[in-house]
Ligand binder design. Structure first.
Ligand SMILES: Cc1cc2nc3c(=O)[nH]c(=O)nc-3n(C[C@H](O)[C@H](O)[C@H](O)COP(=O)(O)OP(=O)(O)OC[C@H]3O[C@@H](n4cnc5c(N)ncnc54)[C@H](O)[C@@H]3O)c2cc1C
Length: 400
C-alpha cells in the first residue's frame, strides 16, 4: 500500500488531505508539531475578545477520526530532517515516518531580521500561543494607561512595524478596540497612540491603488499615525529609530515585517527562493523529486502569467486541493493536471465590522458588506471541518 505523508495540518495540508481520503487504498499520515490547525486569519477576533481559542482552532486528532478513512492517522510530531534517499522523515521526538509521496505544507513564520538591533522583544501573532500572549500584552497596555498616573499623561505608544496585510489588520483592530474601550469607560485620559510603519511608499504594497486608498482612509479615521517610506533600523527599551533619521517612542512593538519559510526546507536540498520558500513546477513538485510536493505558504507559487502569488488562503486552497488530486492520480498511473491559482479577490479586515477589498478584480467593496463577505468566506471554510470534528469527537468518546 502506497504511503502518503503530509507535513503540516494548516490550510494547504488540510485541503490536500480532503482529496487524498477519497482514495481508500492508501496509507495517509498527517504530521503537525501542534495538535490543532490554527485558523490564523481569524486571530483578530480572539484579540478583540469576539471569540476564544476553541473558535480559532480545529483539533487534528478528531478531524482525522471524523474523515473516516481506515488508513489515516495523525501524528503530533515536529519534523527535523528528511532523508530523500531513504524517503524517511526524522522528528524531534525521535520517531521516524517513511513515505512514498511527501506533501510539504509546513507554512512560514515571521521573519525577524537579525540586523535590527533590539527586535527580540517584539510581538508576533502568527503562532497561537504568541497571539494569546499578544492579546494579554495589549490589554496590559490599556490597563497601565488607565491605572498609572504617569502613563495617563504620557503617551502609551504601540508601534506596528510592517504594513502588509497582517500589519495593517492588526493596527486597525487594536485602534478600533482601544477607541471602543476608552469610550465605554469614560476614562479621564487620552486614548492609546498607535503608529504603523511601512518601508514602502504606501501601505499594502502590491495591492490596487483603490484598496490602498480605502484602507489608508480607514486607518486615519481610526486615529492611526501612518509612516511610509521608512524602515526600522534599531530599537531600545524606549524608542524605535527609523532610517529617515527620526526616532519615535514605543511602549510595545508588533513586528509584521515579513515571512520566511519554515527551516525544514533547508534540509530537503531542493531549490528555494530567498525567503526559503520551495520553488515548484505547475504540479507543485519540487525541482529534484517528483514524489515530493510543496504547497501553501511554504512554496513559491505562480499564476498562469508566471507572476508570483502572495501567500494566502486562496493559494493554499488551490495548491492543496490540486496536489491531493494529483497524488491520487500519480498513484493510479494517471496524467497530472497543472495548477494555476487565481485570486478571487482581496478582503482586508479593518477593525470591528469593517473591511475593504476588491472582488475578482472588478468590484471594490468597503464597510459592513465587505466585512460580511469576508466572514462568510471564512465560515464556509470552517463549517465542514466543524462537522468532521464533531463526528470524530463522538467516535473518540465511544472508544473510551
Ligand atoms: C494574523 C494573520 C492574518 C491573516 N489573514 C489572512 C486573510 O485575511 N486572508 C488570507 O487569505 N490569508 C490570511 N493570512 C495568511 C494565511 O493564514 C496563510 O496564507 C495560510 O495560513 C497558509 O496556509 P499553510 O497551510 O500554507 O500554512 P499554515 O496555515 O501556517 O500551516 C502550517 C502548519 O505546519 C505546521 N508545521 C510547521 N513546521 C512544522 C514542523 N517542523 N513539523 C511539523 N509541523 C510543522 C504548523 O504547526 C502549521 O499547522 C493571515 C495570516 C496571519 C498570520
Amino acid at each position: 500500500m502506497e504511503k502518503v505523508v503530509i507535513i503540516g495540518g494548516g490550510y494547504a495540508g488540510i485541503y490536500a488531505l480532503r482529496e487524498l481520503v477519497k482514495n481508500r487504498d492508501i496509507k495517509i499520515t498527517l504530521i503537525d508539531k501542534h495538535t490543532f490547525h490554527n485558523l490564523q486569519p481569524e486571530v483578530y477576533d480572539l484579540i478583540a475578545n469576539k471569540s476564544n481559542m476553541a473558535d480559532v482552532t480545529i483539533d487534528l486528532t478528531t478531524l482525522c477520526m471524523g474523515m473516516d478513512h481506515d488508513y489515516l492517522e495523525f501524528k503530533n510530531l515536529k519534523v527535523r530532517k528528511i532523508d530523500t534517499e531513504k524517503n524517511r522523515i526524522y522528528t524531534e521526538e525521535k520517531e521516524t515516518v517513511d513515505f512514498d509521496y511527501l506533501i510539504m505544507a509546513a507554512g512560514t513564520r515571521t521573519f525577524f531580521p537579525s540586523a535590527i538591533e533590539g527586535l527580540n522583544n517584539a510581538e508576533d501573532i502568527k503562532k497561537l500561543h504568541r497571539a494569546i500572549f499578544f492579546k494579554q500584552s495589549f490589554e496590559n497596555q490599556l490597563f497601565e494607561k488607565i491605572s498609572d498616573e504617569v502613563k495617563r499623561c504620557n503617551n502609551t505608544h504601540i508601534v506596528v512595524v510592517g504594513a502588509g496585510l497582517s500589519g495593517v489588520e492588526i493596527a486597525a483592530e487594536m485602534a478600533f478596540n482601544s477607541n471602543k474601550f476608552f469610550k465605554r469607560g469614560n476614562f479621564a485620559c487620552d486614548n492609546l497612540k498607535i503608529s504603523l510603519i511601512s518601508s514602502s511608499e504606501t501601505i499594502l504594497p502590491g495591492l490596487s491603488s483603490d484598496v490602498i486608498n480605502m484602507s489608508h482612509k480607514r486607518l486615519k479615521d481610526l486615529g492611526i499615525n501612518v509612516i511610509t517610506g521608512s524602515k526600522m533600523e534599531r530599537c531600545d527599551e524606549e524608542y524605535i529609530y527609523l532610517t529617515n533619521g527620526t526616532k519615535i517612542s514605543q511602549s510595545f512593538i508588533v513586528f509584521a515585517g515579513g515571512i520566511e519559510a519554515n527551516k525544514i526546507t533547508d534540509v530537503l536540498g531542493v531549490a528555494t527562493n530567498r525567503k526559503g520558500q520551495i520553488l515548484v513546477n505547475e504540479y507543485m513538485q519540487t525541482d529534484k523529486f517528483e514524489n515530493i510536493f510543496a504547497i501553501g505558504d511554504m512554496a513559491e507559487i505562480k499564476d498562469k502569467k508566471g507572476e508570483i502569488l502572495p501567500p494566502n488562503v486562496t493559494v493554499a486552497r488551490y495548491s492543496g486541493t490540486s496536489t491531493g488530486q494529483n497524488v491520487n492520480r500519480m498513484i493510479k498511473g494517471k496524467k497530472l493536471h497543472a495548477c494555476y491559482p487565481k485570486l478571487d479577490g482581496i478582503l482586508i479586515a479593518l477593525g470591528g465590522k469593517y473591511a475593504v477589498g476588491n472582488l475578482y478584480g472588478l468590484l471594490n467593496v468597503k464597510g459592513l458588506i465587505a466585512y460580511y463577505i469576508k466572514k462568510y468566506v471564512f465560515d464556509s471554510y470552517r463549517a465542514p471541518l466543524l462537522r468532521l470534528i464533531k463526528i470524530g469527537y463522538k467516535k473518540l468518546n465511544k472508544l473510551k
